[in-house]
Design a protein around this ligand. Structure first.
Ligand code: ADP
Length: 443
């Protein structure tokens, strides 16, 4: 059995009045693997705990298989949780730990067949007689998974279950979790702040910031068409390059995006997306270039759609299979709040206007999506004042083969593929490629 989970305008306000989840709506299909992704403190665990019934829902509705379930006790929800800390009973063997929920559920029954079948599934048959203290971290997490699986719950709720493990084991167990949950066909909601984990595990990824859902889509969608600059910057490694730009669209000349000392000249005839940028004439924007959008090559070798830039090598970061070259192009990076330094959402609660016009609702939705500006074009006002560093750090990171021979101070020709150009407005909303759809107004 598997389960549909829907959240409609769900909010959470703790007693001190902090709104840590703000009108979140999300439909999770039966059997789907949905990842809640966002920086630490953005409200992911709170959402999970509200689904589990461990936290009251302040406002909004939780539907389980279409039925309002806000007040259903946790035991009535048929869900299993797996936490970051393995939380095994130290005085019980692995087998007893796995069988424990079965004994609670059916005190007279024999849990052994289920325990054995679960252990086989996880490849831990030979660990069943050991105590938690006699297990490695990875083995303990597998036993904890076994305890969650043995009951055959209709949904799994996983809260950063791998973050206590080393990188190698994490990758291994990640693959196992993906395989297991799909074999079991159970709906899974998985919380993580690790974007690569989210991208590799999720059927869909829901990106949160300061208690507000920013975007939900397949990993490919959130990477290729991020709704705003926060999502663009949170998803993808190395992080997308974000540069301050100024749109120049003279009536009698080529349209360009100035990047400080250099500019991107948009090729004629303008694509539809670039034509739509005309309205930004004279405005500051944020240009987003993923590292694969730029290559090191002679300007004469430009392919259609590629335009030239020049970069001064700051430093080269060797990664083994590739190198990341940090360039200085004379542009200024744009700042995205909340990426490194999470802050709780502290906006006052707004009243929902039931009778508002479509425009009001559009405005409200756009406002909710932003949770405050997702982009800062300039250095934040509260940033420590001080002299500009003698050497500006690189403003553009480009991926290349590891054998490249580049040294600090070299002037290097670059080609930017405009098919991969993102432009965000001053609020951080994506304007190029143009938003494909209007916001969904369905209740
Ligand atoms: P995440 O899982 O994204 O790291 P959480 O859902 O754990 O975030 O927390 C979201 C915010 O709610 C944080 O600012 C956290 O401090 C706050 N918070 C969590 N639990 C409580 C609580 N019981 N009382 C008050 N604030 C809380």
């Amino acid at each position: 059995m598997t389960r549909a989970i829907s959240l409609h305008d769900v909010s959470k306000v703790y007693t001190k009045g902090t709104r840590v989840v703000d009108r979140l709506s999300l439909d999770i299909a039966p059997g789907e693997f949905l990842v809640l992704l966002g920086p630490s403190g953005c409200g992911k665990s709170t959402v999970l705990r509200m689904i589990a019934g461990l936290e009251d829902i302040t406002d909004g509705t939780l539907l389980l298989d279409g039925e309002r379930s806000n007040d259903l006790p946790p035991s009535g929800r048929d869900m299993a949780m797996v936490f970051q800390s393995f939380a095994l009973y130290p005085s019980m063997t692995s087998g007893d730990n796995i069988g424990f929920p079965l004994r609670i559920e059916n005190p007279g029954g024999d849990p052994r067949p289920r325990v054995d079948a679960t252990a086989r599934m996880l490849g831990i048959e030979d660990l069943l007689d050991r105590y938690p203290a006699q297990l490695s971290g990875g083995e303990r997490q597998r036993v904890a998974m076994g305890r969650a699986i043995a009951r055959h719950p209709s949904a799994f709720l996983m809260d950063e279950p791998l973050s206590n493990l080393d990188a190698k084991l994490r990758n291994h167990l990640r693959a196992e979790i993906s395989k297991l949950t799909r074999e079991l066909g159970a709906t899974t909601v998985y919380v993580t702040h690790d974007q690569s984990e989210a991208m590799s595990l999720g059927d869909r990824v829901a990106v949160m910031r300061s208690g507000v859902l920013q975007q939900v889509g397949t990993p490919r969608e959130v990477y290729a068409l991020p709704r705003n600059v926060f999502v663009a910057a949170f998803v993808g490694t190395p992080r997308i390059n974000l540069l301050r730009g100024l749109v120049r669209a003279p009536l009698d000349g080529a349209m360009t995006i100035s990047l400080g000392k250099q500019f991107l000249r948009l090729p004629e005839p303008l694509s539809l997306d670039h034509q739509l940028l005309r309205v930004q004439q004279g405005r500051e924007v944020i240009v987003g270039l993923r590292s694969e959008a730029v290559r090191i090559a002679k300007h004469a070798s430009a392919r259609p759609g590629e335009v030239p830039l020049t970069g001064l090598v700051e430093y080269v970061e060797f990664q083994g299979h590739e190198a990341l070259v940090h360039f200085n192009t004379g542009s200024r990076p744009a700042v995205v709040p909340d990426l490194e330094n999470p802050r709780p959402a502290s906006r006052p609660a707004r009243r929902r206007r039931r009778d508002g016009s479509v425009l009001d609702r559009l405005r409200e939705r756009a406002e909710a999506l932003r949770a405050g500006s997702v982009a800062v074009l300039d250095r934040p006002a509260d940033a420590a004042p001080g002299p500009e560093p003698a050497h500006l750090p690189g403003d553009l990171v480009v991926r290349t083969t590891p054998d490249i021979d580049l040294r600090h101070g070299m002037q290097v020709p670059l080609l930017v593929d405009l098919a991969h150009l993102f432009v965000f407005d001053q609020h951080g909303e994506r304007i190029c490629p143009a938003p494909a759809r209007l916001p969904d107004l369905a209740e």
